[in-house]
Design a protein around this ligand. Structure first.
Ligand code: SF4
Length: 570
């Protein structure tokens, strides 16, 4: 089966297929997304306008249920940052796209009217179907209706009310392996682009589809075995299986980098109450739907996800993750996992990024719109988003807009995207990543907290971030989960051999870095064409002057090192 580009035009509702241009063939996931953005989207266009496009590009390794390697990249010009955007998600969408031979799905054009549509993809091709009955529904209700309409085995990518309203923090939700619409491509507003195309959902029926071909099956089996064994033997795999990403709460708190009350402190006095250990104990004690270790996609052996139940055992949300706990928990002074879970559920149903909204609510608290620790008020503000009130729309456009409207100076953003749950004054390598990543502040673009380095010292942080950014851009191009990196790092040559076995390319010993550097270069080029200058590659000024309790740290990595990193990446 040939791997093709599928184009869906939302103006005339045609879906066509075409061969891949030469320059797209050796790319996938985040790298392919960046290449298409550069080739097809005017960098200065309006992200929600007629010349903007929305891209779905599975990673290069997607299709064979290699552990944690079936991720989807969603690409666009970001309505939040106005720069390049790749937001990736687990779940089942990428796997099914690849089984239909779809290397890239490009959604383009300007909708001709106000109606809402579903894009249905299958072996028979693509077609648009009316979906006005789904408009106004939350993600959970819409997903249920779509599964009833199209059958329980399809994959679904869909937006909630946030995407329908064009809010800059809107994401795109994907079904996990248990049909729950909880795997969000959350960052940067891709859901708003989908809403601007009047698409409520994309349904992928892979009936009759097949896994992509492998050129050298024996080499593939050997490399896959080496990778899987290394992954299973890695001590972090057990940590993430037991505690999920929430294991980071106590670790980050220990470093003094846990966002607390709008990033005014780096340690939260109630960190234990919202920690991975407490979360796990609670899930096990409550039973019912609860599951402390859960896979978001078929074949994942790490299973960092979870299902968090209420006191009666009924699912509140899945998964409850570190970033959400950090941004809507400690960052809002909320010390109660049930409250954090309820807020997370509401945000998932709206189809909106919990990191961005957590940061926006922190800024709102600073502005006096809520008291830190008041979870009921946080839920009331989120209800403003659901009702599309002026205040709700301000919050739904993220922390930067919220700060501007209410005159708050302590706004934790880079390139207008909210800083995630690692305060960059205490974890300076990640601060460099926030500042210099073309994506805007994003921990998944190059997290450094596991490095054995003094995170408070400025020396060595730029080099550390550079390595992390290149590697992560490589993994995102492969379609590999950030935690698959434990296995790849411990199985030298596995990336090279998997690519050789599947495609017949030999990218050499540094295959991962070759892909990563290429991807970053394309992204920096897009941002430069969009008008970004060095001024965008900085942390907020207050983070360079305002000491962070209890360490007293400020962000002091020299600006020249930030500039050198970006120059080199281009
Ligand atoms: S490790 Fe977690 S996020 Fe990664 S694929 Fe597995 S369940 Fe999904």
């Amino acid at each position: 089966m040939d791997e093709l580009v599928w184009r869906a035009n939302v103006h005339d509702h045609t879906v066509t297929t075409e061969a891949l241009p030469e320059s797209w063939q050796r790319l996938g996931g985040r790298g392919l997304s960046a290449r298409i953005l550069l080739d097809e989207i005017p960098a200065t266009c309006h992200p929600l306008g007629p010349r903007s496009k929305l891209l779905f590009t599975p990673g290069l390794l997607v299709g064979h249920m290699l552990s944690s390697c079936d991720r989807l990249s969603v690409g666009c010009k970001s309505p939040l940052t106005d720069g390049v955007k790749e937001s990736n998600a687990g779940g089942t969408t990428a796997l099914k796209l690849v089984r239909l031979g779809i290397k890239a799905l490009i959604i383009e054009g300007a909708p001709a009217g106000e109606r809402w549509w579903v894009l249905h993809l299958s072996k028979a091709g693509g077609r648009f179907e009316p979906a006005d009955d789904l408009a106004g529904l939350g993600v959970y209700a819409a997903a249920e209706r779509l599964l009833a309409r199209y059958g329980p085995k399809v994959a679904v990518s869909l937006i909630g009310l946030a995407g329908e309203m064009g809010l800059s923090a809107a994401g795109i939700q994907n079904l996990d392996k248990d049909r729950s619409p909880t795997r969000i491509a959350g960052r940067g507003g891709a859901g708003a682009v989908m809403g601007a195309k009047r698409l409520k959902a994309i349904v992928v029926d892979d009936t009759g589809g097949e896994p992509p071909p492998i050129i050298d099956p024996q080499l593939y089996r050997d490399a896959a075995r080496r990778f899987t064994q290394a992954l299973m033997a890695h001590p972090q795999t057990k940590t993430y299986a037991d505690y999920g990403t929430a294991a980071m709460v106590q670790m980050c708190n220990g470093f003094g980098g846990l966002p607390t009350r709008n990033f005014s402190a780096g340690q939260f006095e109630d960190a234990v109450a919202i920690s991975g250990e407490t979360l796990r104990d609670l899930i096990i004690a409550r039973g019912g739907d609860g599951d402390p270790t859960h896979a978001c996609m078929p074949g994942c052996t790490i299973r960092c996800s979870n299902v968090f139940p209420d006191a009666s055992g009924r699912q509140i949300v899945s998964p409850l993750e570190y970033e959400t706990i950090g941004l809507v928990g400690s960052n809002l002074g909320i010390n109660n996992l049930d409250a954090i879970g309820r807020i997370n559920r509401e945000l998932d149903d709206l189809g909106i990024d919990s990191i961005e909204i957590g940061a926006a609510l922190g800024v709102a608290a600073e502005a006096g719109l809520m008291a830190f620790g008041d979870d009921e008020r946080a839920l009331a503000l989120i209800d403003e988003i659901r009702r599309g009130t002026p205040l709700g729309r301000i919050l739904g456009h993220g922390a930067a807009i919220t700060g501007k409207v209410f005159g708050v100076l302590r706004v934790p953003v880079v390139k207008k995207q909210a800083i995630s749950a690692y305060d960059p004054r205490a974890i300076k390598g990640t601060g460099v990543t926030y500042a210099t990543s073309p994506q805007g502040a994003d921990h998944t673009a190059g997290l450094t907290i596991r490095a054995r380095i003094d995170h408070l010292k400025p020396e060595g942080q730029a080099a550390l971030s550079r390595t992390a950014q290149v590697n992560m851009a490589g993994y995102d191009t492969l379609g590999a989960c950030i935690f698959a990196s434990f296995g790849f790092a411990a199985a030298p040559g596995a990336v090279r051999d998997l690519l050789r076995a599947r495609y017949g390319w030999d990218l050499g010993e540094e295959a991962l870095q070759v892909l990563g550097r290429q991807t970053l270069s394309l992204e920096h080029q897009f941002n430069r064409a969009a008008g970004f200058t060095r001024a965008a590659d900085r942390l907020p000024e207050w983070m360079t002057t305002e000491p962070l309790p209890p360490t007293g740290a400020v962000f002091d990595v020299p600006e020249a090192e930030l500039d050198a990193l970006c120059e080199e990446a281009r």
